[in-house]
Write a protein of this length. Structure first.
Length: 202
């Protein structure tokens, strides 16, 4: 049966959507690899900053992050989110307390990331990040009712095997491990519920 103009238009639209989705996935993979690499470099770099303590490095990071993030938000156009946050604070006073709680959660994670390499807890924190994808999968299932595809279930199965092996070698959990693998999902869910999961909400 010959294709009409509408059928051709639908086929073209579907092909464009497929190419767009493939481009987004490819970009996401590249950015994920770059972020993970930078994460490892920053973690190692922290150990080279001795004799500074973890608290001192954390303080300098916060001081330098504020102007850098402000400039980035100005150039990216995300600064417009800031007035919206302040408007919500005026209209919903309780929003301030929850915003402080979410800031405290991410602040503790940033402090731990810088404190651990200098205080003999690198492996504990690394195990927490190793467990984080699994706790995020569990959070998505419990908090949002998300379901895994067949391939995702296979990936989770192999990830569980890797975690079990790591736990066997390490010998168990530490407070630093639990703080990472439980603290981050709590932080993400809280910000999602607050509808402040953007740069302005930081």
């Amino acid at each position: 049966m010959p294709f009409g103009p509408l059928s051709l238009k639908l086929c073209t639209s579907n092909n464009q959507n497929v190419r767009f989705n493939e481009a987004v996935v490819s970009k996401g993979i590249v950015l994920s690899v770059l972020a993970s690499s930078l994460f490892g470099v920053m973690y190692y770099f922290t150990s080279l900053l001795w004799p500074l303590s973890g608290a001192e490095i954390f303080g300098w990071r916060m001081l330098l992050t504020l102007p850098c993030m402000t400039l980035f938000m100005c150039f990216s156009g995300d600064w417009r989110l800031i007035p919206a946050i302040f408007s919500r604070l005026r209209q919903q006073p309780r929003f301030a307390a929850v915003l402080v709680a979410s800031s405290a959660l991410v602040g503790v994670q940033l402090w731990l990331f810088l404190w651990a390499p200098l205080n003999g807890h690198s492996l504990d924190v690394s195990l927490g990040y190793f467990l984080l994808p699994l706790t995020m999968v569990l959070t998505g299932r419990l908090a949002y009712g998300e379901r895994l595809s067949y391939l995702q279930k296979i990936a989770v199965f192999f990830a569980c095997l890797g975690v079990i092996n790591e736990l066997y070698q390490v010998g168990g959990f530490s407070w630093a491990t639990l703080l990472v693998c439980i603290g981050y999902p709590t932080y993400f869910v809280l910000r999602k519920r607050l509808a402040s999961d953007n740069l302005g909400g930081l």
